[in-house]
Write a protein that binds this ligand. Structure first.
Ligand code: AHR
Length: 520
C-alpha cells in the first residue's frame, strides 16, 4: 500500500462544469441507428420502433447532448432523403461506410428519440458533397417556425413546432483523406465561414462548431486549426477535437489488427493518454488564442471534444469496409475491457479539469459502434465496461470543478516523465452542498491509502456514495451472458472526519466518493 493525498479548496476553482461534457454520438453507420436505437419489431420497441431498453440505458448513462447524424456519414448525406413518409424515402449507397442506408430514421425521428431520452440534440451539416445552400435550407426546415417553403414542409411532415436545434457542426473531419470531399484548411475555412454566416442569419440563437483536426497525429495538426480559425473565427463558437485511444504502439500495427503482444503498449503507457489528452486540449487552446491575439479579439473560442473513445481492436479490414453494401453491418463493434474503463475514467477527469475551455464532449458512439451500450438484434441490451465511469461522472459531475492538488508517487513514462499514480478531479455543487471526488488509482498492483482534504468546503461532511470499479483481470469484459462482470461495487471503509476523508483504493481502480455538507 502506498500513501497519496488530494487537497481542494473552494477558493481555487477551474470553472463551472458544462453538463454538455457528458455528450454522446449517434451516427448512421453499422448498427448504431438500425438495431441499435431503432428496431421495429423488437419486443421492447415502442410505437415508433425505438428500442426502449436502449432508451432506458441511455437515460441511466446520463448523456446530456447527442451529436447526429455523423461522422463521416454526414459528408455524403442528403437530409431531404430522411424526411417525409418513410415508405417514400430513397435507399442510398453510403460511401463513408460502404453500406446501404435505408433512411428509415432521419431528422424528425431522431428529434423524437432525443425528446424521449430528454437529451439535447447537436446536428451537423454536410460540407463534403454539399455546402452552404443545402445547409441554410436544412436549418430553415428544422428551426424556422413556419410560413416558408421548407418550414411548411416540416409542418406537413407532422412537426408543427420548430425543432430549435441549438448546436450545429460545420461538417465533419474535413482534414481527413478518408473524408468524402476532403478539403484543404483554406477551402474548409472559407466554406465554414460562409456556411456559418448563413446558418446564423436563419437562426441567430444557434452555436457553431468548426472542424478541428481529426486526430493529434494528423500531419496538418495545429496549422489546420490556425488556418480554419483565421477564416471562420468571427462566426464560430467552438473548434472541435477528436481522439481515439489505442493500445497499439504504431498505426501500422493497428491497421493490420496485429495480434503480436509486442505491438501493444503496457497498461502504464496506455493510461498515459490521460495526460496526452490534456496536452492536446492545451495546444488547441493555445492555437485558438493565438488567432484571437492576431485579431486583437477578446473572444475565446471554446473546445468541442465531439468524438472521443477507445478504438483500436475493430479498426481494420471488414470492421471498416464490409463487402456487398449491407444494411446495418457489424462495424467497429469494439468490446471493451476493464483496462479501457480505467482509461475512460481517467480521461473524464482530464475533461473535467479543463472545464474552463472544453464545454462540450461526445463519447463516440452510443450503441454497438464503439459504444458504451451493446445490443443484439431481437435480443438483449447491456452495458459495456466503459459505461460505468461515464455514468458515474455524468451523475455526480455537477457544479464547479475545483483545482486538485495531488501528492502521490508515480511511475516513469519515456516521453512524459513521472506520471502520478493518483489521477483525480473534484466537482463541488454549492447549491446542494455535494462534492464528488473522482479518483483513479493507476498503480497496477498496490492499493492506495488516500487522504482527501476538502479544505474550506465548510461543515462536517457526510458520505452520500462511494463506489469503485475494479476487476482483478484487466482484460475482463461484459457480454450478453455476463453483462455485469465489470461493474461498480460499494467502496467500503471510507472514513469521514470533519472535512477530511480517508479511503483505501484498490490497485487499478476508478472510484467515486460523494459527500455532502452536514446541515446544522
Ligand atoms: O466514430 C467513427 C468515425 O470516426 C466517425 O464517423 C468519424 O468522424 C471518425 O473518423
Amino acid at each position: 500500500m502506498f500513501q497519496a493525498q488530494l487537497t481542494v479548496d473552494r477558493d481555487f476553482t477551474i470553472a463551472p462544469l458544462d453538463r454538455r461534457l457528458f455528450g454522446v454520438f449517434v451516427e448512421h453507420m453499422g448498427r448504431c441507428v438500425y438495431t441499435g436505437i431503432y428496431e421495429p419489431g423488437h419486443p421492447r420497441a415502442d410505437e415508433q420502433g425505438f428500442r426502449q431498453d436502449v432508451i432506458e440505458l441511455t437515460t441511466e448513462l446520463g448523456a446530456t447532448i447527442v451529436r447526429y447524424p455523423g461522422g463521416n456519414f454526414m459528408s455524403g448525406y442528403n437530409w431531404e432523403d430522411g424526411v417525409g413518409p418513410q415508405a417514400d424515402r430513397p435507399t442510398r449507397l453510403d460511401l463513408a461506410w460502404f453500406s446501404t442506408e435505408t433512411n428509415q430514421v432521419g431528422t424528425n425521428e431522431f428529434m423524437d428519440w432525443s425528446r424521449k431520452v430528454g437529451i439535447e440534440p447537436m446536428y451537423g451539416v454536410n460540407l463534403g458533397t454539399r455546402g452552404p445552400d443545402e445547409a441554410r435550407h436544412y436549418i430553415e426546415y428544422c428551426n424556422h417556425p413556419g410560413g416558408t417553403k421548407l418550414s411548411d414542409w416540416r409542418q406537413q411532415h407532422g412537426y408543427a413546432e420548430p425543432h430549435n436545434i441549438k448546436f450545429w457542426c460545420l461538417g465533419n473531419e474535413m482534414d481527413g483523406p478518408w473524408q468524402i470531399c476532403r478539403k484543404t484548411a483554406e477551402e474548409y475555412g472559407r466554406i465554414a465561414l460562409e456556411t456559418g454566416k448563413l446558418l446564423k442569419m436563419v437562426d441567430p440563437t444557434i452555436e457553431l462548431a468548426a472542424c478541428g483536426s481529426s486526430a493529434h497525429d494528423m500531419p496538418t495538426y495545429g496549422s489546420w486549426e490556425n488556418t480554419v480559425l483565421e477564416h471562420a473565427f468571427d462566426v464560430v463558437d467552438y473548434i472541435s477535437l477528436h481522439t481515439y485511444f489505442s493500445k497499439y504502439s504504431t498505426l501500422a500495427a493497428m491497421g493490420q489488427g496485429s495480434q503480436n503482444p509486442d505491438d501493444l503498449l503496457s497498461t502504464g503507457d496506455y493510461l498515459a493518454q490521460i495526460e496526452t489528452t490534456g496536452h492536446f486540449i492545451d495546444e488547441i487552446v493555445a492555437v485558438a488564442d493565438a488567432v484571437a491575439a492576431r485579431k486583437h479579439s477578446p473572444k475565446r473560442v471554446m473546445l468541442s471534444f465531439d468524438e472521443w473513445n477507445v478504438w483500436y481492436r475493430a479498426r481494420h479490414g471488414e470492421h471498416l469496409k464490409p463487402a456487398g453494401w449491407p444494411v446495418a453491418p457489424r462495424l467497429l463493434e469494439e468490446v471493451y475491457n476493464a483496462e479501457d474503463a480505467l482509461l475512460i475514467g481517467g480521461v473524464l477527469t482530464t475533461l473535467m479539469n479543463h472545464a474552463d475551455r472544453v464545454k462540450v464532449a461526445c463519447l463516440a458512439q452510443l450503441v454497438n459502434v464503439i459504444g458504451p451500450i451493446m445490443t443484439e438484434p431481437g435480443g438483449a441490451a447491456w452495458r459495456q465496461t466503459i459505461f460505468h465511469p461515464f455514468a458515474q461522472a455524468a451523475k455526480w459531475g455537477r457544479g464547479t470543478v475545483l483545482r486538485p492538488l495531488l501528492s502521490s508517487p508515480g511511475y516513469a513514462h519515456a516521453k512524459l516523465g513521472e506520471l502520478s499514480y493518483l489521477v483525480a478531479s473534484v466537482v463541488d455543487d454549492a447549491e446542494t452542498g455535494t462534492t464528488a471526488v473522482f479518483v483513479l488509482n493507476r498503480h497496477l498492483t498496490e492499493a492506495m491509502d488516500l487522504r482527501i482534504n476538502l479544505r474550506s468546503l465548510g461543515h462536517e461532511r457526510e458520505l452520500i456514495e462511494a463506489q469503485q470499479l475494479h476487476h482483478a483481470d484487466l482484460s475482463a469484459t461484459n457480454t450478453a451472458d455476463h453483462p455485469d462482470e465489470v461493474a461498480p461495487r460499494a467502496l467500503t471503509g471510507v472514513v469521514v472526519d470533519g472535512e477530511s476523508l480517508r479511503a483505501t483504493l484498490q490497485p487499478a481502480s476508478w472510484n467515486v466518493i460523494v459527500t455532502r455538507a452536514r446541515r446544522a
